[in-house]
Design a protein around this ligand. Structure first.
Ligand code: PEP
Ligand code: MN
Length: 331
């Protein structure tokens, strides 16, 4: 539930209340207003009455969303996640670019150089790859993480890569600035719980058959286990359409932003699966209000070991950056 505090409550009185609630076993979130979100325990009328009787409390409001920590009801203002001086979720457009898979130093460094040149703030590249076929390239593993850490540092870029299993988190947290959870793992609750135990921000991709509610409940797992730094990513869902690999659900961007205070970015690469559609859907994502975009690029797109069909060239990436920034500037 949400406790609206009396306007005259001072710092000490508020701290006393926080201590008392925590001793009672509740998790308390202080939002940016005079509202405290109290989570856990029994949301019964009896408890509500008890809360209403507290001297610091003006009014008790029910917290109706199932996702409590992620809900905009709990925290009305946008959450801004700061990574290496970059503010994610604010007014600045956050651009993540890089290859689908890290393949070599040369490939990743070429991407980093171009990403930096055109104003991206983050370098991506998969080291642990969730491939449909077990016979296909599974990623460079920890050698890939070491490469992205080194190249990211050299170019002053935030590093983003995926973990597929809880056993990879420790090493990933050592080398990465942001840990990605892929669409296939969005509902891997054991993995989400473990990611709650580290401080590294998590880029949580929507499952390709998951609702907004399911995505937000997945974010809730990470937050409830202790990591509030979650960035949501719309990356397309499976529909009846076969021309595209997935259908980028643009509705998700403003819908999620109404439901949650967390940053919401879009991935037009996986969202379309078609190279020629990445640029227009990146534009559309930004126009729909995305806090950022994630795109796959490669020095030789056709030679990409994974996701070649949706991987764009450096020239297209340069054009994309110019166009999305222009759109952002009029919003
Ligand atoms: C990726 O980012 O390369 C990836 C595998 O994404 P998704 O989990 O959205 O398919
Ligand atoms: Mn990919």
């Amino acid at each position: 539930m949400l406790l609206e505090l009396r306007p005259e409550v001072d710092y000490l009185e508020k701290q006393n209340l926080l201590d008392r609630l925590k001793r009672m076993g509740f998790q308390v979130v202080e939002s940016d207003t005079n509202i405290l979100a109290v989570i856990g325990g029994i949301d019964s009328l009896v408890v509500q009455d008890d809360f209403a009787a507290l001297p610091q409390v003006l009014k008790v409001h029910p917290l109706t969303a199932n996702f409590k920590l992620a809900s905009r009801q709990t925290k009305p203002s946008d959450t801004i996640i700061e990574v290496k001086g970059v503010k994610i979720g604010g007014d600045e457009l956050f651009i993540i670019a890089g290859p689908c898979s890290i393949e070599s130093r040369e490939q990743l460094e070429a991407c980093a150089k171009v990403a930096k040149e055109h104003g991206a703030q983050a370098l991506r590249g998969g080291a642990y790859k969730p491939r449909t076929s077990p016979y296909e390239f599974q990623g460079m593993g920890v050698d890939g993480l070491k490469l992205i850490a080194e190249i990211g540092a050299k170019y002053g870029l935030i590093t983003v890569s995926e973990v597929m299993d809880a056993s990879q988190i420790e090493v990933a947290a050592q080398y990465l600035d942001v840990i990605q959870v892929g669409a296939r793992n969005m509902q891997n609750y054991a993995l989400l719980n473990e990611l709650g135990k580290v401080k590294t921000p998590v880029l949580l991709k929507r499952g390709f058959a998951s609702t907004y509610h399911e995505l937000l409940m997945a974010a809730e797992y990470i937050m409830l286990s202790g990591n509030p730094h979650v960035i949501l990513c719309e990356r397309g869902i499976r529909t009846i359409e076969t021309f595209t690999r997935n259908t980028l659900d643009l509705n998700a961007i403003p819908s999620l932003q109404q439901l949650t205070h967390l940053p919401v970015i879009a991935d037009p690469s996986h969202g379309t699966g078609v190279r020629s559609l990445v640029l227009p859907m990146a534009r559309a994502s930004v126009a729909a209000g995305a806090h950022g975009i994630l795109v796959e690029m490669h020095p030789h797109p056709d030679q990409s070991i994974s996701d070649a069909k949706q991987t764009i060239s450096f020239d297209t990436f340069a054009e994309l950056c110019t166009q999305v920034k222009r759109i952002k500037s009029v919003m």
